[in-house]
Design a protein around this ligand. Structure first.
Ligand SMILES: [Zn+2]
Ligand SMILES: [Zn+2]
Length: 210
């Protein structure tokens, strides 16, 4: 779904033409939020994008509250679809755990059918050697489960801090300096219940030094 594509201008808006520098881009194109200077003007989309947005080079669009471009889904993850992305990784984790559980039960059942209810460890190994394709399926699920579980934990932690993957990876804000951090509960409420409510704790101002 639409991750939050910001409509672009075909050319630089006329009202900005008086305020160009020698390179032909608007002079006031940086914002300072809580001591962090961010580039606000996108020269590709010809727009001043809101804070936390970023131009995705894969999608060639500016995305609201850009999280990351997911190559597995072939789509950006941003303001409008972040919560669905998190639901996807959580449900994948649960699904893969179920797969592992069912596979273990299947091996147990096979051993029980072959050796009776008092089967031992070596009997299970014999069952595994007889059913290598299911063993590969088990290992495949195990690997994927740990990968998505790690991703789920990671997104839970950054959601509690109201950080995007982009902000976290680039270490945008120093410790305790994130202007969007309202505390764990309110952060989750904003991200998962009211994502359109992009609010900021501190004053946003143009950075005259840039
Ligand atoms: Zn852009
Ligand atoms: Zn993208």
């Amino acid at each position: 779904m639409n991750p939050g594509i910001i409509p672009r201008n075909e050319s630089i808006p006329q009202e900005l033409e008086q305020q160009m520098d020698l390179r032909g881009v608007p002079r006031h194109r940086f914002l300072k939020i809580s001591e962090i200077t961010i580039k606000q003007f996108c020269a590709t989309c010809n727009i001043f994008r809101p804070p936390r947005s970023k131009h995705c080079s894969f999608c060639d669009n500016c995305i609201l509250r850009f999280d990351h471009h997911c190559t597995w889904l072939g789509n950006c993850v941003g303001l409008y679809n972040y919560r669905y992305f998190v639901v996807l990784i959580y449900s994948s984790t649960i699904f893969l755990m179920q797969c592992l559980y069912v596979t273990v039960c299947h091996f147990g059942q096979e051993a029980d059918d072959t050796f009776g209810p008092d089967y031992g460890f070596l009997d299970v190994l014999w069952v595994l050697s007889e059913d290598t394709s299911t063993v590969f399926f088990f290992l495949y699920c195990l690997f994927l489960m740990f990968a998505v579980l790690l991703l789920a934990v990671y997104h839970t932690v950054i959601s509690l801090q109201n950080l995007t993957t982009n902000e976290h990876v680039k270490n945008y804000y120093r410790e305790g300096q994130n202007p969007f951090d309202y505390g764990g509960l309110k952060n989750c409420q904003q991200i998962y219940c009211f994502p359109e409510n992009l609010v900021c704790r501190s004053m946003i101002q143009h950075d005259p030094t840039c």
